[in-house]
Design a binder for this molecule. Structure first.
Ligand code: ADP
Length: 386
Protein backbone atom coordinates (compact mmCIF):
# COMPACT_ATOMS: atom_id res chain seq x y z
CA UNK A 1 0.00 0.00 0.00
CA UNK A 2 1.27 3.44 -0.73
CA UNK A 3 -0.69 6.59 -0.93
CA UNK A 4 1.89 8.57 -2.81
CA UNK A 5 3.66 6.21 -5.15
CA UNK A 6 5.24 2.84 -5.44
CA UNK A 7 8.90 2.78 -6.42
CA UNK A 8 8.67 0.06 -9.03
CA UNK A 9 5.83 1.38 -11.09
CA UNK A 10 6.48 0.96 -14.79
CA UNK A 11 3.45 3.04 -15.71
CA UNK A 12 4.08 6.23 -17.59
CA UNK A 13 1.34 8.69 -16.76
CA UNK A 14 -1.23 9.35 -19.44
CA UNK A 15 -2.69 12.79 -19.84
CA UNK A 16 -5.66 11.71 -17.71
CA UNK A 17 -3.36 10.60 -14.91
CA UNK A 18 -1.34 13.80 -15.22
CA UNK A 19 -4.55 15.66 -14.74
CA UNK A 20 -5.42 13.54 -11.76
CA UNK A 21 -2.10 14.22 -10.10
CA UNK A 22 -2.53 17.92 -10.34
CA UNK A 23 -4.17 19.03 -7.18
CA UNK A 24 -7.84 19.61 -7.93
CA UNK A 25 -9.90 21.89 -5.80
CA UNK A 26 -13.16 20.42 -4.65
CA UNK A 27 -15.83 22.78 -3.42
CA UNK A 28 -16.07 21.20 0.00
CA UNK A 29 -19.25 21.02 1.91
CA UNK A 30 -18.56 19.26 5.17
CA UNK A 31 -21.88 17.56 5.81
CA UNK A 32 -22.20 16.57 2.15
CA UNK A 33 -18.73 14.99 2.19
CA UNK A 34 -19.33 13.35 5.56
CA UNK A 35 -22.48 11.69 4.21
CA UNK A 36 -20.54 10.29 1.24
CA UNK A 37 -17.70 9.08 3.44
CA UNK A 38 -20.06 7.42 5.91
CA UNK A 39 -22.18 5.70 3.31
CA UNK A 40 -19.34 4.51 1.07
CA UNK A 41 -18.93 0.75 0.93
CA UNK A 42 -15.26 1.16 0.11
CA UNK A 43 -12.73 2.48 2.55
CA UNK A 44 -11.76 6.15 2.28
CA UNK A 45 -8.73 7.49 4.10
CA UNK A 46 -7.27 10.96 3.74
CA UNK A 47 -3.72 11.87 4.64
CA UNK A 48 -1.68 15.06 4.57
CA UNK A 49 1.65 15.69 2.93
CA UNK A 50 3.48 14.08 5.85
CA UNK A 51 1.43 10.92 5.69
CA UNK A 52 -0.60 11.72 8.78
CA UNK A 53 -4.11 10.34 8.67
CA UNK A 54 -6.71 13.10 8.64
CA UNK A 55 -9.85 11.00 8.32
CA UNK A 56 -11.00 7.43 8.02
CA UNK A 57 -14.52 6.45 7.06
CA UNK A 58 -16.45 3.59 8.77
CA UNK A 59 -15.80 1.18 5.88
CA UNK A 60 -12.04 1.70 6.21
CA UNK A 61 -12.24 1.30 9.98
CA UNK A 62 -14.04 -2.01 9.50
CA UNK A 63 -11.59 -3.17 6.87
CA UNK A 64 -8.52 -2.50 8.98
CA UNK A 65 -10.14 -3.43 12.29
CA UNK A 66 -9.09 -0.13 13.90
CA UNK A 67 -11.43 2.45 15.38
CA UNK A 68 -10.72 5.74 13.54
CA UNK A 69 -9.56 7.31 16.84
CA UNK A 70 -6.55 4.94 16.88
CA UNK A 71 -5.52 5.88 13.35
CA UNK A 72 -6.34 9.55 12.91
CA UNK A 73 -3.27 11.60 13.75
CA UNK A 74 -0.94 8.63 13.17
CA UNK A 75 1.21 7.96 10.14
CA UNK A 76 -0.71 5.95 7.56
CA UNK A 77 2.16 3.49 7.30
CA UNK A 78 0.72 1.73 10.35
CA UNK A 79 -1.84 0.28 7.93
CA UNK A 80 0.78 -1.30 5.67
CA UNK A 81 3.03 -4.32 5.90
CA UNK A 82 6.69 -4.17 4.90
CA UNK A 83 8.28 -3.12 2.63
CA UNK A 84 5.78 -0.29 2.02
CA UNK A 85 5.63 0.50 5.74
CA UNK A 86 9.28 1.66 5.81
CA UNK A 87 9.18 3.25 2.40
CA UNK A 88 5.92 5.15 2.40
CA UNK A 89 7.34 8.46 3.68
CA UNK A 90 9.82 8.47 0.83
CA UNK A 91 7.07 7.66 -1.67
CA UNK A 92 5.30 10.86 -0.61
CA UNK A 93 8.39 13.07 -0.59
CA UNK A 94 9.42 11.70 -3.98
CA UNK A 95 6.02 12.59 -5.40
CA UNK A 96 6.07 16.06 -3.84
CA UNK A 97 9.57 16.65 -5.23
CA UNK A 98 9.07 15.35 -8.78
CA UNK A 99 5.32 15.53 -9.27
CA UNK A 100 5.55 12.13 -10.96
CA UNK A 101 2.72 9.87 -9.95
CA UNK A 102 3.25 6.17 -9.43
CA UNK A 103 -0.11 5.38 -7.97
CA UNK A 104 -2.05 8.62 -7.96
CA UNK A 105 -4.71 8.52 -10.62
CA UNK A 106 -3.60 5.05 -11.63
CA UNK A 107 -4.73 2.66 -8.93
CA UNK A 108 -3.15 -0.67 -8.17
CA UNK A 109 -3.34 -3.77 -6.07
CA UNK A 110 -1.42 -3.42 -2.84
CA UNK A 111 -1.38 -4.99 0.59
CA UNK A 112 -2.93 -3.61 3.73
CA UNK A 113 -2.39 -4.72 7.31
CA UNK A 114 -5.19 -5.07 9.81
CA UNK A 115 -4.99 -4.35 13.53
CA UNK A 116 -4.48 -8.05 14.17
CA UNK A 117 -1.46 -7.94 11.79
CA UNK A 118 -3.21 -10.03 9.16
CA UNK A 119 -2.49 -8.90 5.64
CA UNK A 120 -5.05 -8.51 2.88
CA UNK A 121 -5.04 -7.45 -0.73
CA UNK A 122 -6.80 -4.32 -1.81
CA UNK A 123 -7.25 -2.13 -4.82
CA UNK A 124 -6.01 1.34 -3.93
CA UNK A 125 -6.83 4.47 -5.88
CA UNK A 126 -5.37 7.78 -4.75
CA UNK A 127 -6.23 11.29 -5.78
CA UNK A 128 -4.89 14.62 -4.64
CA UNK A 129 -7.09 17.42 -3.45
CA UNK A 130 -5.96 20.96 -2.73
CA UNK A 131 -7.67 22.34 0.28
CA UNK A 132 -6.80 25.55 2.09
CA UNK A 133 -3.52 25.75 0.19
CA UNK A 134 -2.45 22.29 1.29
CA UNK A 135 -2.51 19.06 -0.57
CA UNK A 136 -4.48 16.19 0.80
CA UNK A 137 -4.25 12.66 -0.53
CA UNK A 138 -7.50 10.73 -0.69
CA UNK A 139 -7.16 6.97 -0.77
CA UNK A 140 -10.05 4.82 -1.97
CA UNK A 141 -9.69 1.26 -0.79
CA UNK A 142 -11.52 -1.68 -2.25
CA UNK A 143 -11.10 -4.95 -0.36
CA UNK A 144 -10.04 -7.76 -2.68
CA UNK A 145 -9.64 -10.43 -0.03
CA UNK A 146 -13.10 -11.84 -0.75
CA UNK A 147 -12.52 -12.21 -4.45
CA UNK A 148 -9.07 -13.59 -3.68
CA UNK A 149 -10.69 -16.10 -1.35
CA UNK A 150 -13.13 -16.99 -4.09
CA UNK A 151 -10.26 -17.45 -6.57
CA UNK A 152 -8.44 -19.61 -4.06
CA UNK A 153 -11.56 -21.71 -3.44
CA UNK A 154 -12.05 -22.09 -7.18
CA UNK A 155 -8.45 -23.19 -7.52
CA UNK A 156 -8.90 -25.63 -4.64
CA UNK A 157 -12.01 -27.06 -6.25
CA UNK A 158 -10.20 -27.48 -9.56
CA UNK A 159 -7.31 -29.17 -7.80
CA UNK A 160 -9.68 -31.43 -5.89
CA UNK A 161 -11.38 -32.33 -9.11
CA UNK A 162 -8.02 -33.19 -10.64
CA UNK A 163 -7.23 -35.31 -7.58
CA UNK A 164 -10.56 -37.01 -7.95
CA UNK A 165 -9.93 -37.61 -11.64
CA UNK A 166 -6.53 -39.07 -10.83
CA UNK A 167 -8.24 -41.19 -8.24
CA UNK A 168 -10.85 -42.25 -10.78
CA UNK A 169 -8.19 -43.08 -13.35
CA UNK A 170 -6.32 -45.26 -10.85
CA UNK A 171 -9.69 -46.68 -9.91
CA UNK A 172 -10.62 -47.45 -13.47
CA UNK A 173 -7.86 -50.01 -13.70
CA UNK A 174 -9.25 -51.48 -10.49
CA UNK A 175 -12.93 -51.34 -11.40
CA UNK A 176 -12.45 -52.83 -14.84
CA UNK A 177 -10.52 -55.73 -13.39
CA UNK A 178 -13.71 -57.19 -11.90
CA UNK A 179 -15.90 -57.35 -15.04
CA UNK A 180 -12.90 -58.40 -17.13
CA UNK A 181 -12.02 -61.28 -14.84
CA UNK A 182 -15.70 -62.26 -14.68
CA UNK A 183 -15.83 -62.28 -18.50
CA UNK A 184 -12.72 -64.46 -18.60
CA UNK A 185 -14.25 -66.82 -16.01
CA UNK A 186 -17.58 -67.18 -17.89
CA UNK A 187 -15.82 -67.81 -21.21
CA UNK A 188 -13.61 -70.33 -19.49
CA UNK A 189 -16.65 -72.15 -18.04
CA UNK A 190 -18.32 -72.11 -21.46
CA UNK A 191 -15.18 -73.51 -23.02
CA UNK A 192 -15.08 -76.29 -20.48
CA UNK A 193 -18.76 -77.07 -21.11
CA UNK A 194 -18.17 -77.33 -24.85
CA UNK A 195 -15.41 -79.86 -24.24
CA UNK A 196 -17.82 -82.18 -22.49
CA UNK A 197 -19.40 -84.86 -24.69
CA UNK A 198 -23.00 -84.12 -23.80
CA UNK A 199 -22.66 -80.39 -23.20
CA UNK A 200 -25.77 -78.35 -22.59
CA UNK A 201 -26.44 -75.64 -25.16
CA UNK A 202 -28.59 -73.78 -22.61
CA UNK A 203 -25.77 -73.77 -20.09
CA UNK A 204 -23.30 -72.40 -22.66
CA UNK A 205 -25.84 -69.77 -23.71
CA UNK A 206 -26.35 -68.76 -20.10
CA UNK A 207 -22.61 -68.41 -19.55
CA UNK A 208 -22.22 -66.31 -22.69
CA UNK A 209 -25.16 -64.12 -21.62
CA UNK A 210 -23.45 -63.59 -18.29
CA UNK A 211 -20.23 -62.68 -20.08
CA UNK A 212 -22.00 -60.13 -22.27
CA UNK A 213 -23.72 -58.62 -19.20
CA UNK A 214 -20.23 -58.02 -17.80
CA UNK A 215 -19.12 -56.43 -21.08
CA UNK A 216 -22.11 -54.10 -20.72
CA UNK A 217 -21.11 -53.36 -17.15
CA UNK A 218 -17.53 -52.52 -18.15
CA UNK A 219 -18.85 -50.12 -20.73
CA UNK A 220 -21.17 -48.53 -18.14
CA UNK A 221 -18.16 -47.95 -15.90
CA UNK A 222 -16.35 -46.27 -18.78
CA UNK A 223 -19.41 -44.15 -19.61
CA UNK A 224 -19.61 -42.99 -16.03
CA UNK A 225 -16.01 -41.89 -16.09
CA UNK A 226 -16.51 -40.08 -19.37
CA UNK A 227 -19.55 -38.28 -17.99
CA UNK A 228 -17.65 -37.36 -14.87
CA UNK A 229 -14.75 -35.91 -16.84
CA UNK A 230 -17.04 -34.04 -19.21
CA UNK A 231 -19.50 -32.65 -16.68
CA UNK A 232 -17.89 -32.98 -13.28
CA UNK A 233 -20.57 -35.30 -12.00
CA UNK A 234 -22.55 -38.36 -12.94
CA UNK A 235 -26.19 -39.00 -13.58
CA UNK A 236 -28.30 -39.96 -10.58
CA UNK A 237 -31.80 -41.33 -10.54
CA UNK A 238 -34.38 -42.73 -8.16
CA UNK A 239 -33.58 -46.38 -7.51
CA UNK A 240 -34.62 -49.19 -5.20
CA UNK A 241 -31.43 -49.85 -3.29
CA UNK A 242 -32.28 -53.50 -2.54
CA UNK A 243 -32.60 -54.24 -6.27
CA UNK A 244 -29.37 -52.37 -7.06
CA UNK A 245 -27.51 -54.38 -4.43
CA UNK A 246 -29.05 -57.66 -5.54
CA UNK A 247 -27.71 -57.08 -9.06
CA UNK A 248 -24.29 -56.15 -7.69
CA UNK A 249 -24.34 -59.39 -5.67
CA UNK A 250 -24.91 -61.35 -8.86
CA UNK A 251 -21.74 -59.82 -10.31
CA UNK A 252 -19.66 -61.44 -7.58
CA UNK A 253 -21.55 -64.76 -7.37
CA UNK A 254 -19.04 -66.54 -9.58
CA UNK A 255 -16.10 -65.27 -7.52
CA UNK A 256 -17.81 -66.29 -4.26
CA UNK A 257 -18.48 -69.79 -5.59
CA UNK A 258 -14.94 -70.11 -6.86
CA UNK A 259 -13.66 -69.30 -3.33
CA UNK A 260 -16.19 -71.52 -1.58
CA UNK A 261 -17.83 -68.60 0.17
CA UNK A 262 -21.38 -69.10 1.42
CA UNK A 263 -23.32 -65.90 0.75
CA UNK A 264 -26.49 -64.87 2.55
CA UNK A 265 -28.38 -61.95 1.08
CA UNK A 266 -30.82 -60.23 3.39
CA UNK A 267 -32.22 -57.20 1.63
CA UNK A 268 -35.24 -56.24 3.65
CA UNK A 269 -35.08 -52.52 4.31
CA UNK A 270 -38.31 -50.83 3.35
CA UNK A 271 -38.71 -48.21 2.01
CA UNK A 272 -35.47 -48.42 0.03
CA UNK A 273 -35.72 -45.62 -2.50
CA UNK A 274 -32.56 -43.60 -2.93
CA UNK A 275 -31.28 -41.10 -5.47
CA UNK A 276 -28.03 -42.56 -6.68
CA UNK A 277 -25.76 -43.32 -9.54
CA UNK A 278 -26.57 -47.00 -9.82
CA UNK A 279 -23.28 -48.09 -11.36
CA UNK A 280 -21.22 -46.30 -8.73
CA UNK A 281 -23.13 -47.79 -5.81
CA UNK A 282 -22.81 -51.21 -7.41
CA UNK A 283 -19.09 -50.57 -7.69
CA UNK A 284 -18.97 -49.97 -3.92
CA UNK A 285 -20.87 -53.20 -3.17
CA UNK A 286 -18.69 -55.18 -5.57
CA UNK A 287 -15.54 -53.72 -3.95
CA UNK A 288 -16.72 -54.62 -0.46
CA UNK A 289 -17.77 -58.10 -1.47
CA UNK A 290 -14.60 -58.81 -3.37
CA UNK A 291 -12.51 -57.63 -0.40
CA UNK A 292 -14.56 -59.86 1.91
CA UNK A 293 -14.07 -62.89 -0.37
CA UNK A 294 -10.34 -62.22 -0.65
CA UNK A 295 -10.02 -61.72 3.11
CA UNK A 296 -11.50 -65.18 3.76
CA UNK A 297 -9.07 -66.92 1.42
CA UNK A 298 -7.09 -68.52 4.27
CA UNK A 299 -9.81 -69.23 6.83
CA UNK A 300 -11.99 -72.30 7.12
CA UNK A 301 -15.26 -70.59 7.88
CA UNK A 302 -16.14 -68.53 4.82
CA UNK A 303 -19.47 -66.78 5.26
CA UNK A 304 -20.57 -63.49 3.85
CA UNK A 305 -23.80 -61.67 4.63
CA UNK A 306 -25.10 -58.72 2.68
CA UNK A 307 -28.00 -56.91 4.29
CA UNK A 308 -29.87 -53.62 4.37
CA UNK A 309 -31.83 -51.95 7.17
CA UNK A 310 -33.27 -48.57 8.03
CA UNK A 311 -31.40 -46.37 10.49
CA UNK A 312 -32.06 -42.96 12.04
CA UNK A 313 -35.48 -42.87 10.40
CA UNK A 314 -34.36 -41.40 7.11
CA UNK A 315 -31.29 -43.42 6.14
CA UNK A 316 -30.64 -46.85 4.76
CA UNK A 317 -27.64 -48.88 5.88
CA UNK A 318 -25.97 -51.62 3.88
CA UNK A 319 -23.70 -54.10 5.68
CA UNK A 320 -21.26 -56.51 4.11
CA UNK A 321 -20.09 -58.87 6.86
CA UNK A 322 -17.41 -61.54 6.55
CA UNK A 323 -15.87 -64.13 8.83
CA UNK A 324 -12.30 -63.39 7.74
CA UNK A 325 -9.29 -62.55 9.92
CA UNK A 326 -10.38 -58.96 10.65
CA UNK A 327 -8.65 -55.76 9.61
CA UNK A 328 -4.85 -55.69 9.67
CA UNK A 329 -3.72 -53.46 12.57
CA UNK A 330 -1.13 -51.70 10.45
CA UNK A 331 -3.68 -50.03 8.17
CA UNK A 332 -6.74 -49.61 10.38
CA UNK A 333 -6.38 -45.83 10.59
CA UNK A 334 -5.87 -45.27 6.90
CA UNK A 335 -8.12 -47.95 5.49
CA UNK A 336 -9.98 -45.54 3.22
CA UNK A 337 -6.90 -43.65 2.05
CA UNK A 338 -5.58 -44.10 -1.44
CA UNK A 339 -2.87 -46.72 -2.02
CA UNK A 340 -3.43 -48.51 1.29
CA UNK A 341 -3.06 -52.21 0.65
CA UNK A 342 -1.71 -55.36 2.26
CA UNK A 343 -2.18 -57.45 -0.86
CA UNK A 344 0.86 -58.34 -2.96
CA UNK A 345 -0.88 -57.22 -6.14
CA UNK A 346 -3.36 -54.82 -4.56
CA UNK A 347 -3.74 -51.28 -5.88
CA UNK A 348 -5.17 -49.98 -2.62
CA UNK A 349 -7.76 -47.82 -4.33
CA UNK A 350 -11.00 -49.81 -3.92
CA UNK A 351 -11.90 -48.43 -0.50
CA UNK A 352 -10.78 -44.89 -1.25
CA UNK A 353 -12.95 -44.84 -4.36
CA UNK A 354 -15.81 -46.36 -2.40
CA UNK A 355 -15.51 -43.58 0.15
CA UNK A 356 -15.43 -40.86 -2.55
CA UNK A 357 -18.56 -42.36 -4.10
CA UNK A 358 -20.47 -42.70 -0.83
CA UNK A 359 -19.50 -39.22 0.36
CA UNK A 360 -20.49 -37.74 -3.00
CA UNK A 361 -23.92 -39.28 -2.27
CA UNK A 362 -23.99 -37.54 1.14
CA UNK A 363 -23.46 -40.85 2.89
CA UNK A 364 -20.87 -42.40 5.21
CA UNK A 365 -18.80 -45.57 5.02
CA UNK A 366 -16.86 -47.32 7.78
CA UNK A 367 -15.60 -50.70 9.00
CA UNK A 368 -15.84 -52.41 12.37
CA UNK A 369 -15.09 -55.83 13.82
CA UNK A 370 -17.76 -58.46 13.26
CA UNK A 371 -18.92 -59.85 16.65
CA UNK A 372 -18.99 -63.26 14.95
CA UNK A 373 -15.33 -62.84 13.92
CA UNK A 374 -14.19 -61.00 10.81
CA UNK A 375 -15.19 -57.55 9.64
CA UNK A 376 -18.34 -55.64 8.78
CA UNK A 377 -18.11 -52.87 6.20
CA UNK A 378 -21.14 -50.58 6.29
CA UNK A 379 -22.37 -47.57 4.40
CA UNK A 380 -25.42 -45.40 4.88
CA UNK A 381 -27.22 -43.38 2.25
CA UNK A 382 -30.02 -40.88 2.74
CA UNK A 383 -33.43 -42.20 1.70
CA UNK A 384 -35.17 -40.28 -1.06
CA UNK A 385 -37.81 -37.95 0.35
CA UNK A 386 -41.27 -39.42 -0.27
P1 ADP B 1 -6.91 -53.51 -2.31
O1 ADP B 1 -8.05 -54.49 -2.29
O2 ADP B 1 -6.38 -53.26 -3.68
O3 ADP B 1 -5.82 -53.84 -1.33
P2 ADP B 1 -8.74 -51.75 -0.94
O4 ADP B 1 -8.74 -50.26 -0.80
O5 ADP B 1 -9.99 -52.36 -1.46
O6 ADP B 1 -7.50 -52.10 -1.85
O7 ADP B 1 -8.43 -52.41 0.46
C1 ADP B 1 -7.35 -51.93 1.25
C2 ADP B 1 -6.93 -52.92 2.28
O8 ADP B 1 -7.93 -53.03 3.28
C3 ADP B 1 -6.74 -54.34 1.78
O9 ADP B 1 -5.46 -54.54 1.21
C4 ADP B 1 -6.90 -55.14 3.07
O10 ADP B 1 -5.70 -55.15 3.82
C5 ADP B 1 -7.91 -54.32 3.88
N1 ADP B 1 -9.27 -54.87 3.79
C6 ADP B 1 -10.27 -54.49 2.99
N2 ADP B 1 -11.38 -55.22 3.20
C7 ADP B 1 -11.09 -56.11 4.16
C8 ADP B 1 -11.83 -57.16 4.84
N3 ADP B 1 -13.10 -57.42 4.54
N4 ADP B 1 -11.19 -57.85 5.79
C9 ADP B 1 -9.92 -57.59 6.11
N5 ADP B 1 -9.16 -56.62 5.53
C10 ADP B 1 -9.74 -55.90 4.56
Amino acid sequence: MGFAHLPDSPVAPSSATEEACDAVSVPGHDSYLAAIMNAALDGIITIDERGTVLSMNPAAAKLFGFPPSEVIGQNVRMLMPEPDRSRHDSYISEYLRTGTPKIIGIGRQVEGMRKDSSIFTMELGVSVVATEGKRVFVGLIHDLSRSRQFERRLHELQTNRLDLMENMAAGLAHELKQPLSAIAAYINFAHRQLKQKDFSVEKVEELLDNASAQVFRASEIMDNLRQFIARGDTVRSLQNLNAVIRTACEFTDALAKEHDVKTTVNLEASPDQVIINKVQIQQVVVNLKRNAIEAMRDVDRREMTVSTRLVEGDKIQTDVADTGPGLPHSIRDRLFEQFTTTKPHGLGVGLSISRSIIEAHKGKIWAEPNPRGGTIFSFVLPLAKP
